[in-house]
Design a protein around this ligand. Sequence first.
Ligand code: FE2
Length: 309
Amino acid sequence: MSAANDMAEMPVQLPRDPASAAQARSRYFNSGNAFNIKLPPVPGHIFMDEPAKAMKSEVTGFINCDQSDRMQCAFPATTPLMLARYAVVKAGETLDTMLPNTASIWYVIKGGADLTVGGEKATLGKADVFLLPGGVPSSISAREDSVFWAVGNDPQLRFDASAPATGAEAAVQFVHYPADEIVHQLDVVYSRNANDSTSGHALIFSAEKTEAARNITPTMTLSLNTLKPQSEQPPHKHNSAAITLVVAGDPAYSMVADQKCDWSAWATLVTPPAAKHSHHNDGNTRAEFLIVQDGGLYYHARTMGFEFY
Ligand SMILES: [Fe+2]
């Protein structure tokens, strides 16, 4: 058969004589040409310029870790379904934090601030974690120059043009995890031994509303992973993408698809879906890293594909 006759080479098929606008909007492809679009892979990357800019704290606003161009994605994205960003709030200024996502997971890198979420308020300090529901007005007012890291599922909602439910139907509620409570809860985990089926001591964040699934949001997971001095997490893979904030590690590095990524302060590391990866602590102090994954989606779809090598 000549290439000219190959159905994979055919253009889109249009309706012959549509009788309505709705019929005119129909299109047809075939089993040869519908599934041969090749999207570029999710790049493994470590964002270092963005945290450096955020730590200078020159302007109140967001600094996205955006690699949408490299993924041929039409909207800002760090991975196809998640967007990580740093937020800067200058002393005495306020940042609107209502974002177009189901939820965003936040970490306080430095500073002190007051947070308002709907009718609730919280005082934020360094190393606090908090969960913001999308679609609910929220803002951060800084008492001193403050820097935050936040990951949301904005690209997931942009992909199918959906919007977060609010009120009783909301997927998540505002949740605050103060730094001293996180330290205590991690100590509780450290009081037990890790077993061979776990990958080191990690604290997994959940919430009242998502407790049954043991997630922090229906689609995203948050883990504070640690590595004891001179230890490593063995190589493994999973179909969820991971976005990791380097919290402490001196020195430490990750291997992502056989590429060495040296950690630097407050860098954001992207682990592509299904990429072999491992984390290594060469230092004499505990390494800590916060990992957000779109793992809830894959657990729900029964497609997590977790494997050690
Ligand atoms: Fe992993």
